[in-house]
Design a protein around this ligand. Structure first.
Ligand SMILES: CC(=O)SCCNC(=O)CCNC(=O)[C@H](O)C(C)(C)COP(=O)(O)OP(=O)(O)OC[C@H]1O[C@@H](n2cnc3c(N)ncnc32)[C@H](O)[C@@H]1OP(=O)(O)O
Ligand SMILES: CC(=O)C(=O)O
Length: 527
């Protein structure tokens, strides 16, 4: 039986608190998932959720899928109602998908107390709905809701649910850990017990894990190791409560650890792009620390790690980051040793390794500055200026020399608060005095500096202050508090860079970061 990778981002993933996709969003997510190479995209519950009904209607004309087929999700017929007369079942047919997934109760307690029906009627609901849809030409999967809890409480009844679904023509019966309470060893044991009890092949089963014990991915892998060949999950693990099994981690583990080629060739390398694309559409900030796809998934901070990575990157990476479309990064912080500094410099195109004395000096300066409050981890541009200042060619010269700056903050009668900055600078032999207003002292200072530099450096027109972060750091060893400012600057051509400044005075800390930002940006624009 072929391996089935089944995505439910658009149905179970949309059950995450705070997520609300438009139809256009859903279509865009489906395209990304198709690019990623999943076999099945569960688009939603047509007939129950109006947006999902519309999604399936639009999908017929607007989606041109290469790898995946669309799946409509819904429930078995209602208790006591003929399947022919159940509007919800009609909604599933009207979606015109080749596959339908039915959620069915697999725990007798739910049957009796939540559905308020009998054990037999639940089996009949499953039988009737599956046979009806199969007769209508649909491939049918059955999601056994609360399968594992039901099996623990009453394995005989829960097994009869599996049997009923498969006997009626379901292609796969999906074991759902709906409450997400399972552990991998328990999943393994239940699958062995169920398959022995029923004499079914594990390949006829699927797995759907919720992440309430933070074991959804592990449970999914355990199920595959027990023979299951259908895995369900969502992009980035989005889903109800803590979420679902993260399909990216599941698929990467299957391909890279278990050697199962579950995606078409070339698709795994798209994983980071697809993950971030879906995060954008869902309007959820990507989790930098997410396994495989996070920006920090292959970021190394400890000096000892970097020294081994210099010998072989795989000494501290569990896989080649490029296999999933990610890349390794070396972070320069107080925990850096010479190897980290050398690797980071190499990443920036600087041959520090050829200058061992300079390497020693940079390492010492980084450690001293970090101890004083600097942070180079996110400020590559300041780090580059520092390294270059120790190399024979030197750092780029500052575009001006400062005579002085002054800032006034004015609280006016109408309660408006306006800042005004004046900078006095020299460019070559020329003395410039420039004044500007801003909505805050740093904004005013930035504006005044640009006014002063504009005639000599017209490129500055395209630079903009994209982000500004301030952090007050507690003093240590008898020193007072200092302020760290990170400034992100963009050049309007898709490039941005970050610089850092530290000082007890927030304006002076900002000034340091601003001057680094302009020095770095102008040098890059002119070389
Ligand atoms: C584990 C999961 O995540 S499964 C996916 C769950 N997703 C959703 O619930 C999102 C979409 N849901 C909806 O839009 C609505 O809940 C609807 C349209 C499905 C149903 O809405 P309503 O008719 O107003 O019913 P309500 O939500 O209050 O209750 C669910 C009904 O479905 C019945 N039901 C629940 N599970 C099943 C099932 N597997 N098979 C058949 N009927 C079921 C319940 O018994 C209840 O029936 P009742 O109204 O006769 O008591
Ligand atoms: C079907 C499903 O989403 C669950 O049981 O968790």
């Amino acid at each position: 039986m072929t391996f089935q990778v089944y995505d439910t981002t658009l149905r179970d993933g949309a059950q995450r608190e705070g997520v609300s996709y438009s139809v256009v969003d859903k279509l865009a997510v489906a395209r990304l998932l198709d690019e990623f190479g999943v076999g099945f995209i569960e688009g939603g519950w047509p007939g129950a959720v109006p947006k999902d009904t519309e999604f399936f209607r639009r999908a017929r004309t607007d989606l041109d899928l290469n790898h995946a087929v669309l799946v409509a999700f819904g429930a078995t017929r209602r208790a006591g109602l003929g399947v022919d007369n159940d509007p919800q079942v009609h909604g599933l047919l009207a979606a015109e998908t080749p596959v339908v997934t039915l959620v069915a109760k697999a725990d007798l307690r739910h049957v009796q107390r939540a559905l308020r029906t009998t054990a037999e009627e639940n089996l009949a609901m499953i039988h009737d709905t599956v046979t009806y849809l199969v007769a209508e030409g649909r491939r049918v999967f059955v999601d056994g809701e609360h399968f594992f809890d039901g099996y623990r409480d009453d394995p005989t009844y829960t097994s009869s649910v599996v049997e009923a679904a498969l006997a009626a023509g379901a292609e796969r019966f999906v074991l759902c850990d709906t409450n997400g309470g399972m552990l991998p060893s328990q999943v393994t044991a239940v699958i062995a017990d169920l398959t022995a009890r029923l004499g079914v092949a594990p390949e006829q089963l699927g797995i759907h894990g919720q992440d309430d014990t933070a074991c959804a991915v592990a449970n999914t892998i355990a199920a595959v190791e027990a023979g299951v060949r259908h895995v369900q999950g969502t992009a980035n693990g989005y889903g109800e409560r803590p979420g679902n099994a993260d399909l990216f981690a599941v698929v990467a583990n299957l391909q890279l650890k278990l050697g199962l080629p579950v995606l078409p060739a070339g698709c795994l390398e798209r994983m980071v792009r697809v993950s971030r694309g879906i995060a954008d559409i869902a309007n959820i900030a990507p989790d930098d620390h997410q396994a495989y796809v996070g920006a920090a998934a292959f970021a190394h901070k400890a000096g000892l790690h970097a020294s081994a990575i210099k010998v072989d990157p795989l000494f501290y990476n569990h896989v080649d980051p490029q296999a999933v479309g990610n890349h390794m990064r070396i972070l320069v912080t107080e925990m850096a040793g010479r190897a980290s500094i050398e690797l980071k410099s190499r990443e920036l195109g600087l041959a520090l390794a050829d200058h061992p004395e300079a390497l020693n000096r940079v390492t010492k300066r980084v450690k001293d500055l970090e101890a004083a409050g600097w942070s180079f981890e996110a400020a590559d541009a300041s780090f580059e200026l520092l390294v270059r200042s120790e190399l024979p060619d030197g750092a780029p010269a500052r575009p001006f020399t400062l005579e002085s700056y002054r800032i006034l903050v004015e609280h006016r009668e109408d309660n408006a608060v306006v800042s005004e900055a004046t900078v006095k600078i020299r460019i070559g032999g020329e003395r410039m005095i420039a004044t500007a207003e801003g909505n805050g002292p740093v904004n005013a200072l930035d504006e005044a500096l640009r006014v002063g530099l504009a005639r000599h450096y017209p490129e500055l027109r395209d630079f903009e202050l994209a982000d500004y972060k301030v952090r007050i750091l507690e003093g240590s060893h008898g020193t007072g508090a200092v302020t760290r400012v990170l400034v992100e600057t963009a050049d309007g051509a898709g490039r941005d860079w970050t610089t850092v400044g530290v000082h007890p005075n927030v304006v002076e800390a900002s000034w340091g970061a601003l001057v680094d930002a302009l020095t770095y940006g102008l040098d890059r624009a002119r070389t």
